[in-house]
Design a protein around this ligand. Structure first.
Ligand SMILES: C[S@@+](CC[C@H](N)C(=O)[O-])C[C@H]1O[C@@H](n2cnc3c(N)ncnc32)[C@H](O)[C@@H]1O
Length: 269
């Protein structure tokens, strides 16, 4: 991906571009590929994990749009545009669906045009903001102009919370966003875990994450479940992304330990 657009530091790896690389995309710099390869040296199935995470996201959005009557989505940590962006999945079910995307990577901003290809009946918007500043997201004019605050919203935090360290108050950030949404809204979160790894694999994954230059916090099942305190988990509750309302028969699903991602969808009472 050359040349480098203004305002972008090509010497620092960024999660969106590593993820793009694992998904087979071309929107990444050498530093992102090196960081991605470092992570893969400690957790060799990371590209499979990225694909399964993306598949879960599509199943969750389809479920919400089709069966839960949700037609508004706030997708924080959108990533670079790729096959099956939230608006494409949601609007295939409900063309009137409205989606607000949020990401803090300037490269995602450069590519945001591809996220703004709404169906004529629906609407999409993009906010250049950081999850660690929920007040900015909630006050953004694009949010007010796109989503109706009196109707349920699905808050999507898909493969982003593991970039938020304990010092950055991950539970407080989620609570602030959840607190701003009306009853009947939903929260969708996926998160990397080391629960299925042996102690040696866990140590290796921690070390290569550290060396990759991107802060990363694996969380246990209990630590993940805490994000949903006070919310009503919908069936099947906290599971591996592989096992959440799967569309493939068991023999065609990857092993949970090769994906090592928890997910859940909950309703705000
Ligand atoms: C692994 S990608 C996931 C993309 C998409 N949600 C998915 O699951 O397919 C994580 C995304 O979160 C974004 N991100 C990471 N930390 C963020 C933060 N503090 N604020 C906003 N976006 C952030 C990254 O730029 C990246 O695009």
């Amino acid at each position: 991906m050359e040349p480098v657009p203004p305002g972008i530091d090509p010497t620092k790896a960024h999660p969106s571009r590593r993820y793009n690389y694992w998904l087979g995309g071309k929107d990444n710099f050498a530093v992102d590929r090196e960081s991605a390869d470092m992570v893969a040296s400690g957790f060799p199935t990371v590209a499979l994990a990225a694909r399964e995470n993306r598949r879960f996201m599509a199943r969750a959005v389809r479920h919400l749009a089709r069966d839960a009557g949700v037609s508004q989505f706030l997708d924080i940590g959108t990533g670079l545009p790729s096959a099956g962006n939230v608006h494409e999945v949601a609007q295939a079910v409900d063309p009137t669906a409205r989606i607000v995307y949020v990401d803090n990577d300037p490269v995602v901003l450069v590519h945001a045009r591809a996220l703004l290809t709404s169906s004529p009946e629906g609407r999409t918007a993009y906010i250049d903001a950081d999850l660690r500043d929920p007040a900015k997201i909630l006050a953004a004019p694009e949010l007010a102009a796109t989503l109706d605050p009196s109707r349920p919203v699905a808050l999507m935090l898909v493969a982003i919370m593991h970039f938020i360290t304990d010092e950055e108050d991950p539970y407080g950030l989620v609570a602030e966003l959840v607190g701003a949404l009306p009853s009947g809204s939903h929260v969708v979160i996926t998160h990397a875990t080391g629960d299925h790894l042996t102690p040696e694999q866990y140590a290796e994954a921690e070390e290569t994450n550290r060396l990759s230059g991107v802060p990363f916090r694996l969380r246990t099942r209990d630590e993940f479940a805490r994000f949903f305190d006070g919310l009503d988990l919908i069936d099947p509750g906290v599971t591996s992304v592989v096992e959440w309302r799967p569309e493939l028969p068991p023999q065609h699903r990857p092993r949970e330990e090769d994906v090592s991602m928890y997910c859940a969808v909950a309703r705000i009472p």
